[in-house]
Design a protein around this ligand. Structure first.
Ligand code: SF4
Ligand code: SF4
Length: 359
């Protein structure tokens, strides 16, 4: 039987209070209360946006969902893990201060922001899965320990996975630092012949000592490379590049397998929301203000199936935009189907769905 995905129209122009009430309506229409029980420690997985980012989903938009969880007498907490890259989400202290400034806090939502992977992103639990790439994934300990999860993803394009939504939020966003590194390790860039000017910038920034310079150009030792992408970010000559077709496919499969680990043991105890608002071609990890949107605001989708909710979101966005997502994000070498197809294959959910519009 196809999975049920609930949809409601919404736009940023309506204001945060209306968006919050619409998310609540979706929660009620989907009968999602049945997924949460009294005294559950419930992780409300969010993305508070990188420091300079202004297009992330704002805390007041989640008020209605949090109130529904509190009515059910769960113990919800807003949460997100530490990032691999430096910035204000790199450790629990800086991340919590940023979250608090943005209202993901007791003062803003009536519940605390708590890092599920400890102060340094190293508090992890190995979860056994029956994946194709992994038999064990490293998930933030308190994501594993809590009884239920309400995931709130902001639908965006993504530089490496094409679509950034629920699967990405669960896979990358619920993993420990080592878990993230394992996923990124699939992405190993190469220096393009003829483009490198030997400036040495990548060599100085590489945290793994994987880059060397000869008389002609920089070289990346693929065995030492941990896939952090620092070299791609610092090269001003566009000389460090990925083979997207090959690398993105493996990364997306790894993300799907980590997502499976993040929700393992929470069957029937997890709900997934994708907010199709302020949809930028890059994700909320980008430290940039007012990034242009790739399609107008559409609404919110929600489901108990993390695969169906992403497939529905992509279908709705492509239909509304009148074009394919890779074209919208400006990289036709990327293909979001890898994450969806692999997630179905490993039993995380279904790609066929019935869309129920809520008014
Ligand atoms: S940063 Fe770019 S141009 Fe400079 S050495 Fe590295 S690859 Fe070459
Ligand atoms: S991706 Fe990271 S580890 Fe790999 S070569 Fe570039 S900077 Fe070094």
């Amino acid at each position: 039987m196809a999975s049920r995905v609930y949809f409601i129209k919404a736009s940023v122009a309506e204001g945060e209070r209306t968006i919050s009430e619409k998310a609540r309506r979706l929660f009620q229409a989907g009968g999602f209360a049945g997924c949460f029980r009294k005294n559950d420690f419930t992780a409300v997985k969010v993305h508070v946006g990188e420091a300079g980012n202004t297009t992330y989903i704002k805390a007041p938009c989640l008020k209605g969902l949090v109130e529904e969880l509190l009515k059910l007498k769960t113990k919800p907490f807003v949460t997100d893990t530490s990032t691999l890259y430096t910035g204000r989400r790199h450790n629990a202290i800086d991340h919590t201060i940023l979250a608090t400034e943005r209202g993901f806090s007791v003062a803003g939502l009536g519940i605390p922001f708590l890092a599920p992977d400890g102060l340094f992103g190293t508090a992890e639990t190995a979860v056994r899965i029956d994946g194709e790439l992994e038999k064990e994934v490293l998930i933030a300990s308190d994501i594993v320990r809590c009884q239920s999860i309400l995931s709130v993803a902001h639908f965006t394009g993504h530089i490496a996975t094409c679509a950034g939504a629920t699967l990405k939020t669960l896979g990358m966003g619920c993993s420990s630092r080592k878990g993230k590194m394992r996923q990124h390790a699939a992405l190993k860039p190469q220096v393009k012949m003829g483009k490198c000017v030997r400036c040495g910038e990548c060599y100085r920034h590489c945290p793994a000592g994987a880059i060397s310079l000869d008389e002609i150009q920089a070289h990346i030792d693929q065995d030492k490379c941990i896939g952090c992408a620092e070299c791609v970010a610092v090269c001003r000559f566009d000389a460090v590049q990925y083979d997207w077709q090959q690398e993105s496919s493996i990364l997306q499969k790894s993300v799907a397998e980590h997502a499976l680990g993040a929700v393992k043991g929470k069957e029937g105890r997890a709900v997934f929301f994708n907010f199709l608002l302020s949809m930028t071609k890059d994700c909320d990890c980008f430290d940039k203000a007012n990034m242009p949107t790739m399609v107008q605001d559409i609404g919110i989708v929600a489901s108990t199936d993390p695969v169906a909710v992403d497939k529905a979101a992509i279908d709705i966005v492509e239909t509304r935009a009148g074009g394919k997502l890779p074209v919208l994000i400006g990289n036709t070498k990327l293909d979001w189907r890898h994450q969806i197809e692999h997630a179905v294959k490993i039993g995380l959910g279904r790609a066929d769905y019935e869309c129920i519009e809520v008014s």
